[in-house]
Design a protein around this ligand. Structure first.
Ligand SMILES: [Zn+2]
Length: 324
């Protein structure tokens, strides 16, 4: 069994940047013919990371260490069960609609082939993304830094192992808060997008720490726009409003007061969900209102790759324009 053609196409070595699309692939590894780095192949999933620069190592994946999401244990843990049976405290109200919009935009733009999409953080199907990633009209490559049911390739978003202009679209849903250097990751996204390629990002603003040691950054609506300064905006806005933000705060407030140990933390999460799930429904009243940009739980950004950079002056006007 070899690597899927879709995964191999335009693949580069993240160490020397030469092509490894047609390089030596054995059952256990992909060897870069230029710099001789051996990238492990685990259950036919290639691990293309630059060990010298990444916080991850080959051994993390060879030992199948739990790095971010522990997918394997989710099925039998009580916390996972609570997520399935109890209402959530906050969610994503626009994901499904946005992904439909995205698919339509890609299909309208397409030249001859199926639009090729890279999903960063794609080990599991994200909120509202199911129809999109299963669409027969799109060629999807799902990459992550953890093994999950959907992981096709392991890579670090700071060095995307693909040639310039390889993709029509890149998705980063709830990813950029978990990377060390979001600017660098967005530069990589820009590099591997084709001209006029589309980026879709969802990033939290008023959300407490999730993902333990792998949670670093938050963005305001304007901050998120600055991050994508080399893109032309198609649209942007809150994915969940200040209602969801309040519900999250309620849960983390209770955790700070009473979350002494694992059992208490679990009980509080149960309690917060049971008693606080309704707060998020206020988002239906406010979310379409741009006032919520100042207190929303998180934002999405959809934009096309551009050669022009948004100036800082334009960024200041952007705040007022978004409020109109
Ligand atoms: Zn190399």
């Amino acid at each position: 069994m070899g690597l899927q053609e879709t995964i191999k196409e335009n693949l580069i070595c993240v160490s020397c940047k030469n092509s490894i699309e047609r390089t030596t692939i054995s059952d256990e590894s992909i060897k870069c013919d230029s710099c001789k780095v051996n990238y492990p192949l685990i259950n036919n999933i290639s691990v293309i990371i630059n060990e010298a620069e990444s916080i991850f190592s080959f051994s993390d994946f060879i030992n199948q260490k739990n790095l971010f999401f522990d997918i394997s244990k989710k099925g039998n843990s009580i916390s996972y069960l609570s997520k399935v049976i109890l209402p959530s405290i906050g969610g994503n109200n626009l994901g499904k609609k946005n992904f439909k919009f995205l698919e339509n935009s890609l299909l309208n733009n397409k030249s001859q082939n199926k639009p090729k999409v890279l999903v960063i953080g794609g080990s599991i199907v994200g909120d509202g993304m199911a129809d999109f990633v299963n669409s027969e009209n799109l060629e999807i490559v799902e990459g992550d830094v953890s093994f999950g049911p959907r992981t096709k390739i392991i890579f670090d978003a700071h060095s995307i192992p693909y040639k310039d202009q390889s993709f029509d679209c890149i998705i980063a849903q709830a990813v950029l808060e978990h990377v060390i250097d979001p600017m660098k990751c967005v530069r990589e996204i820009h590099r591997v997008l084709k001209p006029n390629g589309i980026v879709y990002a969802e990033t939290p603003f008023m959300q407490q720490v999730h993902g333990g040691p792998y949670d670093f950054t938050r963005y305001s609506h304007s901050g998120h726009r600055k991050l994508f300064q080399n893109f032309t905006e198609i649209k942007s806005g809150a994915t969940a409003g200040s209602g969801a933000a309040l519900a999250w705060s309620y849960q983390y407030f209770l955790l700070a007061l009473f979350g002494y140990n694992k059992t208490m933390k679990l009980l509080i999460k149960f309690f917060a969900r049971l008693t606080g799930f309704w707060i998020k429904y206020f988002d239906y009243l406010t979310q379409c209102n741009v006032r919520d940009n100042d207190g929303a739980s998180g934002f999405y950004f959809i934009g096309t790759k551009s050669d022009k950079q948004l100036s800082d002056k334009e960024l200041i006007n952007y705040y007022f324009k978004a409020k109109k």
